[in-house]
Design a binder for this molecule. Sequence first.
Ligand SMILES: Nc1nc2c(ncn2[C@@H]2O[C@H](COP(=O)(O)OP(=O)(O)OP(=O)(O)O)[C@@H](O)[C@H]2O)c(=O)[nH]1
Ligand SMILES: [Mg+2]
Length: 462
Amino acid sequence: MLPSFPSTDDRPTAVVVAVQLPGTSDGELESSLSELERLARTLGFDPIARITQRRAKLAPGVVLGAGKLAELAVFTGGSGVVETYTKPGTKKDPLEPDDEEADDDDDDDGDLEVSPADQPAAKAKVVLVDHDLSPTQQHNLERATGVDVLDRTSVIVEIFHRHAKTREARLQVEVARLKYLAPRLRANAGGGDRVRGGIGGKGAGESSLELDRRRIRDRIAELRQELSQIETGSKTRRERRSELPTVALVGYTNAGKSSLMRAMTSSEVYVADKLFATLDTTVRRLSPASEPEILITDTVGFIKKLPHDLVASFRSTLEEAAQADLLLHVVDAADPALADHVAVTTEVLREIGADTVPTWLLLNKIDRVDEAGRAALADHYPGAMQLSAKSKDDVAMLREKLIAEFGGAIEEAELVVPWSAQRLVHQIHERTRVLAEQHDEDGTRLRVRAPSRILDDLRRQL
Ligand SMILES: Nc1nc2c(ncn2[C@@H]2O[C@H](COP(=O)(O)OP(=O)(O)OP(=O)(O)O)[C@@H](O)[C@H]2O)c(=O)[nH]1
Ligand SMILES: [Mg+2]
């Protein structure tokens, strides 16, 4: 079960911070901050304010300029400065770059934040920064604000940690957490008191740094060993059912994958208005049953700037998607950042080698989009299916389409496309999973896997 979070009233408050770097539009900044606030709520925090600043780059020492840092500290009750880091004899705070003054001039037009006066009583318990912080930046910000500071990656890692349920997911998240922790041990060793953000265990500063690092390495090796055993098991299971057509639901977190899974398989998979509600791959039969039976897989959602280690640790889970006969790429059609979400998912699918699997784009939550919006979406995504996981009719339609697609068994076959008909190669890539491709004097020789119906159609064209 998920931990129960405190009610809105006694939730710890948070301030979110972002630097608007050159090339980031106001819209992108806004959408990234809203997403960070949703991540914060998922962790049980109540975001009360935003601090933003336009800068050429993150200030190396403390991310923000001095003025902004002081403004941030008003929310947390901190001093707003990192005194201990001013070297004696240095006129200017070495943490501040020379372009500081110019940056602060931007304050008036670069802000989206609520002014401190709006929340005089609420003191934030934590600062969430929408960038990856170096261990030093994190440490300095904590000194200046007097509260814990979490960066985007640690927020996501923490959510994964809380939501992982199966043994496999827990092990995967633990590997990612330790990899995140290792470099932070180094920086905290000097003046370091503790390791931040609930990411590390207590007392990391007590034992020698080398020892801690070695322990982490050993522990990661141990976890990997355990994981590889579990993975062998899932591989065997996957092979055993590989005769049945398999459809994987993939897409951005909160798009409605699990809702569609529930609706199509009459199962009780977990659905929630939280980011990363699902971390475990579940496989269920399409229900009512079809002939042949079709398997539906629910997978972990994606997010912008997904920490690379997390993707890597979920690779075996995501392999389910790469092995599928069809991907249903689910997007939240009502989200203003929809195009961004589509791009992120497409990119992760490419990274995990799932871009060769035939894919249908599903514009979900269409019940939240008005007529004009639907027309615009149809224009922009002509091949996509517009639907709502909450509509019985829509789900029935999707089910019919799947049955039509997989009427007849899945087959493996070899297709030889003569040089004179090369345009067919493209079509084959679109409609089948290509297992191998070779060129010889006869043309292109492809080993493919696809429903018989599609193979018949391709053979006719050949
Ligand atoms: N209005 C509306 N809400 C939907 C629809 N589909 C899903 N939702 C809601 O969107 C939220 C997220 O749904 P999930 O099915 O958990 O999303 P998910 O893609 O599995 O999310 P993660 O597991 O977190 O990656 C829930 O509150 C759902 O009730 C839809 O078609 N219409
Ligand atoms: Mg889910």
